[in-house]
Ligand binder design. Structure first.
Ligand code: AGP
Length: 612
């Protein structure tokens, strides 16, 4: 996680520019932040704990004119959030300042090897050691000192450094953590992602693993660790929506994004279905249908909500397209020995396209010669650049840390891929395919209906907001929705919640059930597991658990089996996950609001998890 920013150029408001870039990167972490600049031949550091507004107050107090600065927003890995642990870090003589995103795995060994005394160290971070070692290697050339030290550094990093004796350059280095350079006119920028600097320039250099860059106001040189000059490719970024995103009438981005979901579905369907008018997705579907010809099975990889959409897709691919599909959490997949070969299609799913584990899983799959396909929301993200092909969910920027509309977007794309494949394989005919599309087109209306009636959800949220433990139970396609519902509640309200397969509950978790336990069930009337889930509800009722039931409207027969009911419109079972998740998102949201939690910036979380 963590975000890095930097500026060198003609303007002497570099601190403001670097701060503005950090603002765009706040989704990557928000436990502390800091900026280093060179002023009057000295390195000056301004730091603050908490969100960026706190740093803003400090930098406004001291208006410093400088044309070179680096900045950082932190999500703590080594060392708790504190002023000392906030970046930038400096060596003891304050000659060099460093900001870092990633994790240095061998910092303790390096500390011993270079005999860095504890007295020299002011933080608990893995980063600070690196700046001390660079200082030890420094012989009036920061570029070569950094390259020398990097030979010994193990782990993931994007570094940016400045040195008070060399006020005309920023040095950057990259390994397994993203960093881009924005190329301007007599000025250059750095940032952890492209969108953060698009306000300043559309000309972008994507740094690659092993790159060490020297960035001056008029010049950029990239070398490898051995000092060989590397080719530099400047890409011009188009089609990026740089507009400032507002909450409008909504109190939080999360709520706004929940309410945007019907439009997300409509947009995707509009682009896919009106192929002759709008060929937005034509290439991606063609690519998918072409590569799948020689594929013997699919692996779907993701983290968090993206993993949950993959779990639903597995059931759909197997059921409707008759293709063996495995799903895995990215951080597990890459450390197992999965059976992969050139006939495996690895689908990586990620809202941000920057999740470190998902990216590493993609690279792992590519090394094994698998075909790769990404489902991603953020254009120009690392994942989308590295996968063989990417299909974008085009949900618009998702700001709330809890994923909502991006999850729905992923689901809709996955449904379309499954049914395209099913149709291509002749498992469903054209008529059936069209019928499915018509049913999908009806989904936004159904979601609007849920969104129009949030009152009952608000009432339930108020009544149960004080409870300490929640179980979310579902079966088949709604089992991943139970996982997703529980994840939303944990993230937003800090209440302990577990998602479970309803049939598995009697194998252990049922021991937890008493009247203080809230058990949320998803029971879809026409589903083949409906009767089974009714039995599971009875089992909980018999043990005095408090039941919140999500079921279809007019399904009165189980009303008296539950303490609270949330009705959703009638829908065919196979499409039910797309709408059953909506009341669960709202329930988590309103409980979080009643508990006065920081909805869009929950504690300890970041929107994009860029460390392993
Ligand atoms: C979802 O609400 C979470 N914030 C989180 O689990 C997220 O889905 C996960 O970190 C994966 O992110 P990605 O989709 O950007 O890869």
């Amino acid at each position: 996680m963590c975000g890095i920013s930097g500026y060198i150029g003609e303007k002497n408001n570099s601190i403001k520019i670097v701060f503005n870039i950090l603002k765009k990167l706040e989704y990557r972490g928000y436990d502390s932040s800091g900026i280093a600049t060179i002023f009057n031949k000295k390195i000056l550091i301004k730091k603050s704990i908490g969100k960026l507004v706190n740093l803003k107050k400090i930098i406004l107090k001291h208006q410093i004119g400088s044309n070179i600065s680096i900045g950082h927003i932190r999500w703590a890995t080594h060392g708790k959030p504190s002023r000392n642990n906030a970046h930038p870090h400096t060596d003891a003589t304050k000659n060099i300042a460093i900001v870092h995103n990633g994790v240095i795995e061998n910092y303790i060994e390096l500390k011993k090897k270079y005999c860095i005394n504890d007295e020299e160290i002011v933080s608990d971070t893995d980063t600070e050691i690196i700046v001390h070692i660079i200082k030890k290697n420094y012989k009036n050339d920061l570029f070569s000192a950094v390259r020398n030290v990097l030979r010994e550094v193990k782990g993931s990093y994007a570094f940016a450094l400045i040195c008070k004796n060399e006020p005309d350059r920023i040095i950057c280095a990259v390994n397994e953590s993203p960093l881009v350079i924005g190329v301007g006119d007599k000025e250059n920028f750095i940032a952890s992602d492209v969108s953060a600097i698009l306000k300043y320039t559309k000309k972008i250099v994507f740094l690659k693993n092993g790159d060490v860059a020297e960035i001056k106001k008029n010049n950029i040189i990239i070398r490898d660790i051995e000092n060989n000059i590397k080719n530099m490719q400047i890409k011009t970024i188009k089609d990026e929506n740089c507009s400032y995103i507002r909450k409008n009438k909504y109190k939080h981005f999360m709520l706004k994004e929940i309410f945007e979901q019907p439009y997300v579905i409509k947009n995707i369907l509009k682009d896919v279905i009106c192929l002759n008018k709008n060929k937005n997705y034509e290439n991606e579907f063609k690519f998918f249908k072409n590569i799948i010809k020689n594929i013997s099975y699919i692996y779907i990889i993701g983290c968090g909500s993206s993993y949950h959409s993959g779990l639903i897709a597995k059931l759909l691919f197997e059921n409707f397209a008759n293709i063996r599909t495995e799903v895995d959490i990215a951080s597990e997949f890459r450390y197992r020995n999965p059976i992969l070969n050139e006939n495996t299609l690895v689908i990586v799913i990620s809202q941000s396209g920057e999740t470190a584990d998902t990216l590493a899983a993609l690279r792992f799959a590519k090394n094994k010669k698998c075909k790769t396909f990404a489902i991603c929301n953020v254009m120009n993200s690392s994942l989308s650049r590295e996968a063989d092909k990417t299909i974008f969910t085009k949900c618009g920027q998702e700001i709330g840390v809890a994923s909502t509309k991006a999850f729905i977007g992923q689901l809709v794309i996955l449904y379309l891929l499954v049914f395209e494949l099913s149709n291509k394989k002749g498992i469903i005919n054209n008529h059936e395919f069209k019928k499915i599309i018509v049913e999908l087109l009806d989904v936004p209306k159904k979601i609007f209906k849920i969104l129009k009636n949030t009152k009952s959800i608000i009432n339930i949220a108020e009544k149960i907001k004080g409870k300490k433990n929640f179980l979310y139970l579902g079966r088949n396609l709604n089992y991943p929705i139970a996982l997703e519902g529980a994840l939303k509640l944990k993230e937003i309200s800090y209440i302990h919640a577990e998602g479970y397969a309803a049939g598995e509950m009697k194998h252990g978790p049922i021991a937890l059930v008493d009247k203080s336990m809230i058990v949320v069930f998803i029971a879809i009337k026409k589903s083949k597991v409906y009767k089974k889930i009714i039995s599971n509800i009875e089992e909980i009722k018999a043990r005095n658990g408090t039941i919140v039931l999500i079921t279809n409207e007019k399904n009165i027969e189980i009303k008296n089996k539950s303490d609270y009911v949330i009705y959703i419109p009638k829908i065919n079972d196979y499409l039910s996950p797309i709408i059953s998740i909506v009341p669960l998102q709202l329930l988590a949201y309103y409980i979080g609001v009643f508990k006065k939690c920081d909805i869009d910036h929950p504690r300890n979380l970041a929107k994009s998890v860029t460390v392993e």
